[in-house]
Design a protein around this ligand. Structure first.
Ligand code: SF4
Length: 280
């Protein structure tokens, strides 16, 4: 067995919260840069340049990429040979969020759903756990802005709707979202499972690096490429002002489902597609 202190976990989570909000990932930056010469609308080109400049300024001045520093979402893989000493892992992560958002001067955006009273420290975090073999603790963090989260959708399709029904639903969701999720977007898609599992894998799909297709299933990877092409021909463009860079990626994850159903969740992320990982 290996012991990891809850204090060390908190420290790492605090660092993840700050760094993810200040430094746009190389995957997203490289993808925006590679889309620049392909963007046909001059206004769209200008916006892509502004997004690159914005990311560079955020990095140099150590300020957030966007004012919406999101709700704190985590995917945790806990090795079976790990013991967390001190507080529970849940407390350790929430302490890290509390410290990261306070000390990093990040906006606290979490409120009671009905009274709208702010919790004032951006907790509680949304934490998805997975028990795995080994003696490591892997924590992936993705702050999620709600301009894009609000544009996400769930549909319980009929099995007979098949892949055509899935494509139609994804395209319609992106079309309806238009400029609201701050394009160019990353489209996370979950197919299968139950309602909850489907939403979870759609969110997890957003943590995959932009530009990396589904490596487990070449059929799904082909579907991702086809949908990205189709979305980029919708004309929405950067910030919704027209152009052919509407999405940077379509990331699809699947899970076996029931014979009577075909759940699909589309979880949209914006150009500030932030995610960071630590292995302890
Ligand atoms: S959707 Fe993204 S880029 Fe737009 S305001 Fe929210 S976090 Fe910022």
């Amino acid at each position: 067995m290996r012991t990891i202190s809850s204090d060390d976990t908190t420290k790492e989570v605090k660092r993840l919260c700050i760094e993810a909000n200040l430094y746009l990932g190389e995957d997203v930056l490289t993808c925006i840069e590679s889309n620049l010469p392909k963007e046909q609308n001059p206004v769209g080109k200008d916006i892509l340049n502004i997004l690159i400049e914005n990311a560079n300024i955020a990095k140099e001045k150590a300020i957030p990429i966007c004012q919406d520093t999101g709700m704190a979402v985590f995917f945790v893989q806990l090795g079976q040979e790990v013991i967390i000493e001190g507080k529970t892992i849940e407390e350790a992560i929430n302490d890290g969020v509390r410290k990261g958002y306070e000390e990093g001067y990040l906006r606290k955006s979490v409120v009671h759903p009905l009274t709208r009273k702010n919790t004032k420290d951006n907790t509680p975090a949304i934490i998805h756990y997975e028990m795995v073999k080994g003696d490591k603790l892997v924590i992936e963090f993705a702050p999620k802005g709600f301009g894009s989260e609000n544009m996400s959708k769930l549909k319980m399709l009929k099995p007979s709707d098949g892949v055509d029904g899935i494509k139609k639903f994804i395209i319609e969701t992106v079309k309806e979202a238009g400029p609201n999720p701050c394009p160019p977007i990353v489209v996370g898609v979950g197919i299968g499972g139950t309602v909850d599992k489907c939403a979870q894998i759609a969110k997890k799909a957003l943590l995959r690096d932009v530009g990396k297709y589904n490596y487990k299933d070449s059929y799904i990877a082909d579907l991702e490429i086809e949908l990205l092409k189709e979305i980029n021909s919708l004309g929405i463009g950067p910030q919704g002002l027209g152009g052919n860079t509407t999405a940077l990626a379509v990331n699809i994850e699947t899970f076996p489902t029931h014979i009577a159903g075909l759940p699909v969740v589309v979880n949209i992320n914006c150009h500030a597609s932030r995610h960071k990982k630590v292995v302890i």
